[in-house]
Each structure stands twice: as C-alpha cells, then as structure tokens.
Write a protein that binds this ligand. Structure first.
Ligand code: PMP
Length: 346
C-alpha cells in the first residue's frame, strides 16, 4: 500500500474533523511484512491504536453514546457508567468530555497501571474493584449496573448492548472492505465483549453479499483462560490456563456474540503472542498491546491452514505503551516464565 493510499484512508489526516468524535475511525490498514513473508499470504492489521483514545474501543464508546442519545436515555449533562478493562472507559470518558457528560468507570484493580493512570488523567470518576468472576455479584460489570440503577445513570452495558457491534458493522467492517479492495479471505479477532469480532464479521458478510462474492472465513482468536475457544469448537465454555493479556477472554456468550457467523477458533498461548508483539515492534516499528499479539498469531495460524495467496485481516487493538509495566517489563515477564524482548533483556 502506498503512503498516499494510507493517508487517503485516514480522514484525520486528509480531511477536517469537526470534533474529537468525528476523528474516531478511518484508521490505516497496514501490511504486516514478517507475518506475510512467513506464510506467503498478505496479512494486514487495522491500526486501531491510532484512534484518539488509543484503542479500538473508541468506536464502541462512540456508537453506544450516539445510540443512547438517539434513544433519548442520555440527556444533556447526564452521567454514563460502565464496567471496563480500561479501553472502553478511556473512549467513553473522552467522548463524554467532548459532549458535556460525566463518566463513572468501574474497573478491576488488576488492569495495567498505565490504563488506570490515563483514566485518572482524563478525568474519569474511577472506581477500582477487586477482580471477581462474572458469577460473583462483586464483578465489575455487576457493580456498574447497580450504580446505574441506584443513581439513574446511563449504563453503557458494552457486553450486551448491540449498539457496540452495530458501530463496527457500519464503520470498521466497511472501511476494511474498501481498503482491501473488496477482497478479504479471512478475518481473525479476539473477544472481550465480542463487539469487534461480531460487528466486523457481520459487516464483512454484508459487504460480500452486496458485491456477490464469497464471505470471508471468520476466526475467533482466544487467549488461554477464556471459554470462547471451547464454545466455538464444541459448544463448551469450559476454561483452561490463564493469560496476562488484558481486555480479552470471556466466560459467557454475550449479547454481542449471539448469532454471529464464526467458522473457526484458535487458542493462543501468551509466549506465542509475545514473540509476535516483540517482532512487530523491533522489526516493523509497530508498538501494540497483548490482544494484538493474540490476533496476529491467529492470523498466521489461519494463513498456514488456508495456504499461500490469501488475504487475511486482523485488528491491532491498542498500543504497547499501555502495557509498559507488564509486556515490556523483564521482571514481570520473568516472574511468569515468559519471553522478554531481546533489547529489554540486558
Ligand atoms: N483488545 C483490547 C486491548 C481491548 O481493550 C478490548 C476490549 N476490552 C478488546 C481487544 C476486545 O474488544 P471487544 O470488546 O470488542 O471484544
């Protein structure tokens, strides 16, 4: 892809945006050279870390706020509350700042200190809670729902509110289809809420139907410690292992994941994802977070299964700086018996 093709695909560079929400989306689709060379395929990463809030979740935040405004449940000066691993909280708080709303963010205290610090910096009313499984009433999602009920606030409800996936269906998926020239053979993506995978899968199917071509093969990328791999493979949500990645992995079929065309799943161990993250940074100049490593690993495995000559798209969901204290911290990694980037290990 030429430089001009890249800038033309990014409205933030090529056009005037009326405000911050108008600058969400329109991210470049970047050829991942090493992954492509290794497989004989073209593997592209959608650079969602280039959104104003630094992650793919800006899109869900904006779609959910637009929908709540349109339905009349979010009124001028109102308060939005949400349970989040951090990135949705960042997106919601920034859009809320731009539109005059207040944001209350409930987050498990185990998430990276960079995300916690950034949320404080941008003015979120941050409530950290102990990490608890979804079945526990103290889980961050339930705490956020109760706060909404008790205070009459608007609950974003990103897991089950399908405004999340509709945002991706109408923006991210259509951008990918256009940038890839109407040919995507496979798409791989990890799930937290499932909004990104579901919305893009549905939107790519819409586009393929419109153009009368075969729809892409949709692959769910799952970290260890998540139930979705088993769900796709044999309808069994049981969980094995654990992962240091943040924002992905799920123990239930969320509203956003219902009735989505998923063809296959890959379960990716952390060392495989970390090797890819270090290679993307050290050899291609792309600084990405843990879920992007899982996504690209699944794209490489899918490329090997499909064979050379295929075009595969995945998501670079957020940037590496959000995880300096974990993914790029030799002490932390060694404590978990994980690989360390060669240039950090001296
Ligand atoms: N990657 C990162 C870094 C995230 O923060 C999230 C959302 N928590 C995801 C991937 C998953 O996106 P989704 O919620 O749309 O499934």
């Amino acid at each position: 892809m030429t430089d001009s093709a890249v800038s033309a695909s990014h409205p933030g560079w090529s056009t005037l945006s009326s405000d911050m929400p108008a600058a969400v989306g329109g991210t470049p689709l970047i050829l991942l050279r090493k992954a492509s060379e290794a497989t004989g395929c073209e593997i592209y990463g959608k650079a969602e870390f280039m959104n104003p809030g630094g992650s793919v979740k800006d899109r869900a935040a904006l779609a959910i706020i637009n929908d709540a405004e349109q339905r009349g449940v979010l009124k001028p000066g109102g308060t939005i509350v949400e349970g989040t691993a951090g990135n949705t909280g960042i997106g919601l708080t920034l859009v809320a700042n731009a539109r005059g709303y207040r944001c209350v963010i409930v987050m498990p205290e185990t998430q990276s200190r960079e995300k916690i610090g950034f949320l404080r910096m941008i003015g979120a009313d941050l409530r950290l809670v102990p990490a608890k499984p979804y079945r526990d009433p103290g889980n961050y999602v339930h705490v956020s729902r109760r706060l909404a009920e008790e205070n009459g606030w608007t609950w974003a409800n990103q897991f089950d509110n399908t405004a999340n996936r509709e945002g991706h269906r109408t923006t991210t998926a259509q951008e990918i289809w256009q940038q890839a020239g109407g040919r995507v053979d496979a798409f791989t993506c990890a799930c937290g809420t499932g909004g990104t995978l579901a919305g893009i899968a549905l939107g790519l199917h819409d586009a393929a139907r419109r153009d009368n071509v075969a729809p892409p093969h949709i692959v769910l990328a799952d970290p260890e410690g998540s139930g979705l791999y088993g769900w796709v493979k044999n309808n069994d949500l049981s969980i094995e292992g654990s992962s240091i990645t943040e924002g992905i992995g799920q123990s239930r079929v969320t509203g956003n994941l219902e009735d989505v065309p998923i063809d296959n799943a890959e379960r990716i161990p952390d060392p495989e994802a970390l090797d890819i993250i270090y290679s993307l940074l050290g050899e291609e100049g792309l600084s990405v977070g843990g879920s992007s490593g899982i996504n690209v690993a699944a794209a490489i495995r899918t490329a090997r299964k499909l064979g050379p000559g295929h075009r595969i798209v995945t998501i670079l969901a957020d940037g590496g700086a959000r995880y300096e204290s974990k993914l790029f911290n030799p002490e932390f990694l060694r404590g978990k018996n994980l690989p360390v980037a060669p240039w950090l290990d001296q």
